[in-house]
Design a protein around this ligand. Structure first.
Ligand code: FAD
Ligand code: NAP
Length: 571
């Protein structure tokens, strides 16, 4: 790489000024970065550079207004800094957020590099460019969820007149190969897109070694140094392990599941949130014997009324739940693909110990931010020592002004692909396009792709009560029966719709929850309405589309407070 520095070369850059033509917003940002970088303070009154006082607040502000902080530096005897960074922006992590930001920056004519590297799982699996969502997250998960739904559709289809005599079986290998082929095409597409946009991509592990400098190490161990004016950390998270005997040797995580080269067989899923319940759901839908081991509650942080309904539905559809137990040991009884494993688990409430045999143990107990091995200490970026997450301000800037962070590694932000993408794009537009719009992390819709899908936006019922007081919220709800499910006579009154309204604010809808088919599709549109300030009255005056599930939201009349029946009788 032409601009790469030799190891050991002094790379500390003197702060550079605003090149001619830099937009005011970029200039202001730059000024703050220059000031903060050289003084390591995030707010300034007196300003000094390289231990020399260059002026106080007034002078600095004047230089800023004149869009020329460099003049201030030169005025005070500092020589002009050469614009000698290799890149304008280096993005560490080529996942949802990193790729979106890199491509956006290239649109502004910036010189951009993306470093992406996948550290193999303990079982040795790794994948291509695109990050978690594409390779081991949203995409394979949703496709395997679809595989499970098709199994249900096959059963329903007999009632609709389809006749097929052959035994219906599912082939795990056919499914994973199809899914992996599709993922391969996405990986390729990302590489092409980066090339077309003239973003330099290196399949290498990035870590800071000194200010403005990263070391990139490729899989052959070749190291290179690169410098940049700004950095974006978007390294995402990786699955957590239990730290008990046998976990890394014998258990798999979602990072292994979607490319598993054999059917997992009888499976124990440990964990009770998004990843655990989604994976348990589709594995059971494919006909496998599935047990979920729950430490405490289902879907912590979500509306518990909805979470419990999801659990009931899964149980009714053959998924077993072991509640308030955690594994303490995993042993191999027999090698194989799959082999046989013995799991010993202990009650979280007492000393009871149980044992069970499974072919596969899938750990889905959360994910850890990839921030501890990227040299953040070398450049002074603060992390939350307990969680490894990076705190940022409302413009995704870390405590080191030239270093930004987005996506799953952020403290107190949502871990969702569209959130990472939106934050990355808006950040770049602010840095290079003079834009001011910040990422709005409020009322972000989400869907849990359990067998009965759950879409949500805004407050859970318990959080609304805690925030506004029970007397100030009105909850409207109803069960419903999708028309498509009536002919096969299944799951009557399992689907459920609920909105939470703030009585003191014109019955504004502050929480939206739906359990039913295509919940994500349903929720997306209502999320836009909620962003526009949707009220109950506006929902009531919206004419429904018949016969669809979402129309239930235009006719909600039963309040939870009334205790009236919410079961649907007809259409
Ligand atoms: P990532 O996409 O994780 O990308 C980070 C990249 O950086 C990775 O490629 C990583 O290997 C690389 N990297 C790490 N360290 C370095 C380094 N030092 N140098 C170079 N490269 C590095 N979200 C949804 O919105 N909808 C869903 O349905 C959904 N389903 C999910 C299902 C599962 C099983 C999982 C695990 C997650 C799911 N998510 C879903 C969450 C979603 O995948 C993440 O929120 C999203 O991928 C985060 O994007 P990111 O850019 O922060 O990180
Ligand atoms: P998570 O939300 O952090 O949940 C971790 C689960 O594991 C919880 O149920 C937790 O139980 C349990 N757990 C933690 N430590 C445990 C232990 N030692 N033993 C047993 N159980 C333990 O993690 P996740 O499900 O991996 O999801 C990560 C993120 O990915 C989510 O926040 C989400 O944003 C994103 N994601 C999104 C989607 C989607 O959009 N559809 C899908 C998947 C993932 P407790 O409640 O007792 O702590």
């Amino acid at each position: 790489m032409g601009g790469a520095l030799r190891k050991g070369q002094a790379v500390r850059q003197a702060p550079e000024g605003c090149p001619q033509g830099r937009r005011p917003a970029e200039s202001a940002q730059k000024l703050q970065e220059v000031q903060c970088e050289v003084t390591t303070e995030t707010s300034q009154t007196g300003v000094s550079v390289q231990e020399k006082q260059i002026g106080g607040h007034e002078k600095t502000l004047k230089a800023h207004k004149e869009d020329n902080p460099q003049s201030l530096l030169e005025m005070n005897g500092h020589t002009a800094a050469p614009h000698s960074y290799d890149y304008d922006l280096i993005v560490i992590g080529g996942g949802s957020g990193g790729l979106a930001a890199a491509k956006e920056a290239a649109k502004y004519g910036k010189k951009v590099m993306v470093l992406d590297f996948v550290t193999p799982t303990p079982l040795g699996n790794s994948w291509g460019l695109g990050g978690t969502c594409v390779n081991v997250g949203c995409i394979p998960k949703k496709l395997m969820h679809q595989a499970a739904l098709l199994g249900q559709a096959l059963q329903d289809s007999r009632k609709f007149g389809w006749q097929f005599t052959e035994e219906v079986k599912h082939n795990w290998m056919t499914m994973t190969e199809s899914v992996q082929n599709y993922i391969g095409s996405l990986n390729w597409g990302y590489r092409v897109a980066l090339r077309e946009k003239k973003v330099t991509y290196e399949n290498a592990y990035g870590e800071f070694v000194q200010p403005h400098t990263v070391k990139a190490t490729n899989k052959r161990g070749v190291e290179k140094l690169y410098t940049a004016e700004r950095f974006l950390i978007a390294t995402g998270e990786r699955p957590r392990y239990l730290g008990i005997p046998g976990d890394k040797e014998y258990c798999i995580s979602s990072d292994d599941l979607f490319s598993l080269p054999y059917c997992p067989g009888k499976t124990l899923v440990v964990g009770a949130s998004y990843v655990a319940l989604e994976c348990a759901g589709f594995l059971a839908g494919l006909g496998l014997d599935v047990t979920v081991m729950v430490r405490s509650i289902l879907l912590r942080g979500f509306d518990q009324d909805m979470a419990n309904k999801i659990g009931e539905y899964m149980e009714e559809h053959g998924i077993k739940f072991i509640r308030e137990f955690v594994p303490i040991k995993v042993e191999q009884i027999e090698e194989g693909t799959p082999g046989r494993l013995k799991v010993t688990a202990k009650s979280t409430k007492g000393n009871e110990v149980i044992e069970g045999e499974y072919n596969t143990v899938l750990l889905a107990i959360g994910r850890d931010a990839c921030t501890r091995k990227i040299g953040l200490d070398k450049v002074g970026v603060k992390i939350n020592e307990k969680t490894g997450k990076i705190p940022v301000n409302d413009v995704e800037q870390t405590n080191v002004p030239y270093i930004y962070a987005i996506g799953d590694i952020l403290q107190d932000r949502l871990e969702l692909t569209p959130v990472a993408i939106q934050a990355g794009r808006l950040l770049v537009q602010r840095l290079y396009g003079g834009a001011t719009t910040k990422c709005d992390y409020v009322n972000v819709p989400t869907t849990v792709f359990t067998p009965l899908e759950y879409g949500a936006c805004g407050y859970s019922e318990e959080n609304a009560i805690a925030k506004f007081g029970e007397e100030n919220i009105e909850v409207y709800h109803s069960h419903f029966w999708p028309l498509e499910w009536t002919v096969p006579s299944r799951d009557n009154n399992k689907c459920y719709a609920k909105i939470i309204c703030n009585i003191r604010d014109n019955e504004r809808v502050i929480g939206f929850h739906v359990l039913g088919p295509n919940a994500g599709e349903v929720t997306q549109g209502f999320a836009a309405a909620i962003k526009c300030g949707l009220t109950k009255e506006q929902l009531d005056s919206t004419i429904g589309i018949h016969p669809v599930c979402a129309e239930v939201f235009t006719t909600l009349s039963v309040t939870k407070r009334s205790g009236e029946n919410t079961l649907m009788a007809g259409c």
